[in-house]
Design a protein. Sequence first.
Length: 596
Amino acid sequence: MFWIYGGGLNGGTIFDFKYNGSYLAAHDVVLVSVNYRVGKLGFLYGGNGSTAPGNVGLYDQVMALKWYNGSYLAAHDVVLVSVNYRVGKLGFLYGGNGSTAPGNVGLYDQVMALKWVRENIHSFGGDRDQITVFGESAGSESISALIVSPETKGLFRRAIMESGANLHYKGRQQHTTDEAFNASQTIAKALNCSEGFDDNQWLDCLRERDAKEFSKFSESTFPLEGTDFLPISIIQAFADSKYMQDLDIMAGVNRNEGSKLAYGAFPQLHSNITDKDFDDLVVAINSSYHGLKLPNLRQFYLKDDHKNHSSDVLRQAFYDLFGDVGIKCPTYLTAKQYANYAIKSGSKSRVYMYELTYQSQFAKILGCGENMGICHESDVEFVFGLPLWVDKLYPKTHTQLDMDFSLYVMKLWTDFAKYGKPDDQWPHILDDKNNIKIKDLNPTNTSRHIIDGTKPGNSCLQTPYDLKLQQSEDCLVLNIWTPNVDKPLKPVMFWIYGGSLNEGSIFKLLYNGSYLAAHDVVVVSANYRLGRLGFLYGGNGSTAPGNVGLYDQVMALKWVRENIHSFGGDRDQITVFGESAGSESISALIVSPETK
């Protein structure tokens, strides 16, 4: 596995001291770091170079102990490789056609490292034909260029893109050679290397400058098209299916990509904002993203056009917008477009998509507060196993669930590197179709996923839409309250909520079963599908048999009868009870042959 770090192509290192500013920048940076057991993954690093709020002292200490420590990933029977590449103007300066500054040398560093790995990794126990490149943020953006570059053909077999792509990202699209040359001339003028210099002399002048002088040019760095590395734009390469390779790809995002990035980029978000502030922020980012239509965005992110939203609502809406245009949409659309290419070309390439929705306690130290959700970079700690080693030095930084989840994520990543799929049940991305499933249930197999039972899960989709409930089609879950699991087994009370069969949820605080369970019974509540998704009828023999909401109740009862002994419940002492539509459901259950 070959890791490529991020940093906006302006900052970053495999030694990760970038987070506390203590690493020494040097010219000689193309260096490969190998953690090995037996196998092969390669990582391209990420990060936005911003200072993290929160417990900075602990943050800096943890970062200084190597954020990209590959030893825990390597323990999953793979070889882990990470490589430095030149960043900023030293990595992407363009001196013109035929000059000694060809542009994209940071990306060429990645290619050279991949070639070295392919030629030498057998000496470290790695398989040269099973190389997976994976990276986060600008590392992921780099991969979106690597997969369509003629320079990388045959160098790797699989790719994992974590939160970033140049395709469909107007703020990070490639520079043309003219744009890149003009940017270089601006730097030359600022460093007194333009007046009186001819041809390539201005480049020689720049080479005589201290490398640290280039660090003050902090504007965004872009890959360059019209070169050997990218003869045409990434968009054109996808459109023409040119330079495409048959690769397995897994791409993904974090739920709240925009929160920490926006908070770091726009100081006005540090205090209360108004509707006008929201509009001004949209106008500000439109200078980079272009074509953003304010009325449409207000309708989509704020649900209406009135001008009296709270500051919290406005801030969250902008976080969502910023994450969508900069990270989530480009990443998803790149994966989808590659999947469409695979279908049209008859390729055997497999494409998968994920979204991280789990947050650790450590996230706050990384500058991701409670109101920011699952931020940009939140995935990296799980991919590299931070919960497994940070707590050895700083106890109680992570919970046991954090550690279990990290182990699960590392297995997904390394299984993809080994077999081309994260697990047997993961669906291909394939297309955009939302397949509404209105059918009877089959019991699921035991899940390999880590399930956090300490927080409310999804409620079933319903009308009217209750904004306080997290809603999804994936909603068929149980709540169980038990005094203890010791024998003798206790009677079971199975609650069915009301709501006219159109609304309701086991996660409403009203239905807290803990006080009932204190009376020496086991209390169970179960979600069931509602409204048209729960009772649509498509005709005899169709895949919409009707009454699936009631079938959900029956399936939950069957599960309880088969499993409740593990929670201290007596399968032969089950009482169903319900109110309103829950009571109406019971009047049907008592005469149905399905419940006998």
